[in-house]
Design a protein around this ligand. Structure first.
Ligand code: NAD
Ligand code: UFG
Length: 334
C-alpha cells in the first residue's frame, strides 16, 4: 500500500518525501507545480537514490485525481497541497477558498470512495489568531484574521466532521509554527515564486545581493528587542514529525491535533544576527512600520507532540540559518 503525498514537490512536502523514502515507505506524489518545480523530483531522487511515483494533477481535477486512487492502493494521505500566501489570500479570497477547500473536499470524497481512512493535514499556528497567553497549547481558542487562515480552520472542521461520520477514520492535524532551513544536502529548500512574504526567504535574497535591504516590520512590540518573536522550526524536524503522526494514526482512530514547533521564540533581530554570525554575511536592514495583521509573539507548547508522538525538534536556529544559506549557494553555483 502507498502513502499519497499531495503537494509533495513543495517546500515541506519534498522534505517529508525524503524522510518517507528513507524509511522505505511506498509513496505516490501529486502536485500541479503551481508553487514548485518538476526538478525538485530529480533532487529527491538524487538524495534518496530511489525512484518516485508522480502524477502532475490538480486536486481540483477530480477525474484525474480519481485515476491516482484507481491505479494505486492508497493507505493514507499526507495533505500538503494548498496556497499559502497570506497577503495574496486577502486580495484573491475566492482563489484561496476554491483551491484549498474545494481541493480538500474532492480529496476527502475520493478517500471515502476508495476506503482510504487516514489523513495527516498541514494546518498552521495561524489558527490561534492573536493568542492571549504563551506558549500556545492545542486547546487554545481558535480564530483567524485572513482568508488563508480561514481555509485552514475550515478544513480542520471539515476533517473533524468526516471523522465523526466514519468511526474508522483517523486524522492528525499538524499545526506548524515557522518552518525554515533546508535539507543538509543543499539540494532541496524553499523556493518561493515572486517577492517573498516570509522572513527567511527575504533574508536569503538580501544575503545573495538580489535585494539591498530587509525591512523589519516594527521594533516597538512588547518583546525583548521590540521586533516580532516566532517559533522557527527546521523543515527536516518538521518533516520527521509527519512520520511520527503517520505512525500514530496507523494505531489510533479519531482526531489528533499537534503543535509542531521548537517551543522557543526568536525575534527578527535574533534571526538576522544569527544568520550573519554563522554564515559570515552581512544583512542590511532598516526598521519599517508594523505589518498589518502581525502579532508580537508566537511560540508553541510542544509537550503534547513530545508525549504522544515521541517527537521533538532537534535542530537549532544556527543549523536552520546554515542549511538555508547552503541551499541558496548551491543553487547559484549551478
Ligand atoms: P509550498 O507552496 O512549497 O507547497 C505546496 C505544494 O502544493 C506546491 O508544490 C504546490 O504546487 C502544490 N499545490 C498547491 N495547490 C495545489 C493543487 N490544487 N493541486 C495540486 N498541487 C497543489 O508550501 P509549503 O511551505 O510546503 O506548505 C505546505 C503546506 O503547509 C501548505 O498547506 C501550507 O499552507 C502549510 N503551512 C505552511 C507553512 C509555512 O510557513 N511554509 C506554515 C504553516 C502551514
Ligand atoms: N518580517 C519582517 N520582514 C519581512 C518579513 C517578515 O520583519 O520582510 C517579520 C514579521 O513581522 C514577523 C516575522 O518576521 O515578526 C516572521 O514573519 P513571517 O512572514 O516569516 O511569518 P509569520 O509568522 O508572519 O507567518 C508564517 C506564515 C503563515 C503561518 C504562520 C504560522 O506565513 O502562513 O507563519 O505558522 F500561518
Amino acid at each position: 500500500m502507498s502513502i499519497l503525498v499531495t503537494g509533495g514537490a513543495g517546500f515541506i512536502g519534498s522534505h517529508t518525501v525524503v524522510e518517507l523514502l528513507e524509511r522505505n515507505e511506498k509513496i505516490v506524489i501529486v502536485d500541479n507545480f503551481c508553487n514548485s518545480s518538476p526538478n525538485v523530483l530529480d533532487k529527491i531522487r538524487d538524495i534518496t537514490k530511489k525512484d518516485i511515483k508522480f502524477y502532475e494533477v490538480d486536486l481540483l481535477d477530480e477525474k484525474n485525481l480519481e485515476k491516482v486512487f484507481k491505479e494505486n492502493d492508497i493507505e493514507a494521505v499526507i495533505h500538503f497541497a494548498g496556497l499559502k500566501a497570506v497577503g495574496e489570500s486577502v486580495e484573491q479570497p475566492i482563489k484561496y477558498y476554491h483551491n484549498n477547500i474545494t481541493g480538500t473536499l474532492i480529496l476527502l470524497k475520493l478517500m471515502q470512495k476508495y476506503n482510504c481512512d487516514k489523513i495527516v493535514f498541514s494546518s498552521s499556528a495561524t489558527v490561534y489568531g492573536k493568542p492571549e497567553h504563551l506558549p500556545i497549547k492545542e486547546d487554545f481558542p481558535l480564530s483567524t484574521t485572513n482568508p488563508y487562515g480561514s481555509t485552514k480552520l475550515m478544513i480542520e472542521q471539515i476533517i473533524k466532521d468526516v471523522c465523526i461520520s466514519n468511526e474508522n477514520f483517523s486524522v492528525a492535524i499538524l499545526r506548524y509554527f515557522n518552518p525554515i532551513g533546508a535539507h543538509e544536502s543543499g539540494l532541496i529548500g524553499e523556493m518561493p515564486n515572486g517577492i517573498p512574504n516570509n522572513i527567511m526567504p527575504y533574508i536569503l535574497k538580501v544575503a545573495n545581493g538580489e535585494y539591498n535591504t530587509l525591512t523589519i516590520f516594527g521594533n516597538d512590540y512588547d518583546t525583548h528587542d521590540g521586533t516580532g518573536v516566532r517559533d522557527y522550526i527546521h523543515v527536516v524536524d518538521l518533516a520527521r514529525g509527519h512520520l511520527k503522526a503517520l505512525d500514530k494514526i496507523r494505531k489510533e482512530k479519531g482526531v489528533q491535533i499537534y503543535n509542531l514547533g521548537t517551543g522557543k521564540g526568536y525575534s527578527v533581530l535574533d534571526l538576522v544576527y544569527m544568520f550573519e554570525k554563522v554564515n559570515k554575511v552581512k544583512i542590511n536592514y532598516k526598521i519599517g512600520p508594523r505589518r498589518p495583521g502581525d502579532i508580537s509573539a508566537c511560540y508553541a507548547d510542544v509537550t503534547k507532540a513530545k508525549e504522544e508522538l515521541g517527537w521533538k525538534a532537534e535542530k537549532g536556529i544556527e543549523e536552520m540559518c546554515k542549511d538555508a544559506w547552503r541551499f541558496i549557494i548551491k543553487q547559484s553555483k549551478k
